[in-house]
Design a protein around this ligand. Structure first.
Ligand code: URA
Length: 228
């Protein structure tokens, strides 16, 4: 999966990340408070029904202002599931997650790992855009959660990468800041979850990109632990 060292260095250079070689980080630190999801209902939709249910969803007020739902995109058998916050204006217009400037950076980060948006699956906590890009409200996240849970069950990823505070807090049921949640391998029903900064934040604070690269390396290590 990892590309040649030369290619990876080229991508990291393009990202503006100082090139460094991961040292032996020892065994990844495991969170001792695994998150658990509520029991799933018995009658569970497959991909086709799930997509239909999302596209016609009216479970929260966001359906009134959306252009369209943003279901998620990529490989439905992916090892990597990337979870962001919610669609922005461009995503609401195009119906695909992470297609704006932050999405371009996410693509570059994935490329540095030898991945792209067709080999991973990318989804959000919310399937509809909150007006004016405000933070999701808890009742909206709750209303949308069963869709993401079902996506996780269908994909069975080896690793979930939570990008940004909202994704991390919602997935893990925690209210700590990203700075506290990153650097540890959390678990959601036994699936490793690694937290990193949101690419929109990295665009504003490029000096944090090196930390984000470390998070991606941790996610690689965690996904390989899961594969064993
Ligand atoms: N930010 C997100 O968290 N998700 C998107 O799909 C776009 C921007």
């Amino acid at each position: 999966m990892i590309q040649s060292e030369q290619q990876r260095r080229a991508y990291l250079d393009a990202l503006g990340i100082d090139v460094w070689l991961p040292r032996d980080q020892g065994e990844p630190r495991l969170d001792d408070q695994p998150a658990e999801r509520a029991e799933a209902p018995a009658d569970l939709p497959g991909w086709v029904d799930l997509e239909k249910a999302v596209s016609s969803c009216t479970q929260c007020a966001l359906h009134q202002s959306r252009t369209q739902t943003v279901f998620g995109v990529g490989n439905r058998n992916a090892d990597w599931l990337i979870v962001g916050e919610a669609p922005g204006a461009e995503e609401d217009r195009r119906g695909e997650p992470f297609v704006g400037r932050a999405g371009k950076l996410l693509d570059e980060m994935l490329k540095a790992l030898g991945l792209d948006r067709n080999t991973v699956f990318i989804a959000n906590i919310l399937k509809c855009r909150p007006p004016n890009n405000r933070d999701p409200k808890q009742d909206e996240a709750d209303a949308c959660r069963s869709y993401l849970n079902r996506q996780i069950d269908l994909i069975k990823p080896k690793i979930i990468l939570a990008v940004g505070r909202i994704a991390a807090q919602q997935l893990l049921g925690r209210d700590d800041p990203v700075g506290k949640l990153r650097g540890t391998v959390h678990r959601l029903d036994e699936i490793p979850v690694v937290v990193t900064y949101h690419p929109a934040y990295l665009l504003r604070s490029p000096s944090q990109k090196a930390k984000s690269w470390r998070d991606l390396c941790l996610a690689v290590a965690a996904s390989e632990m899961r594969a064993r």
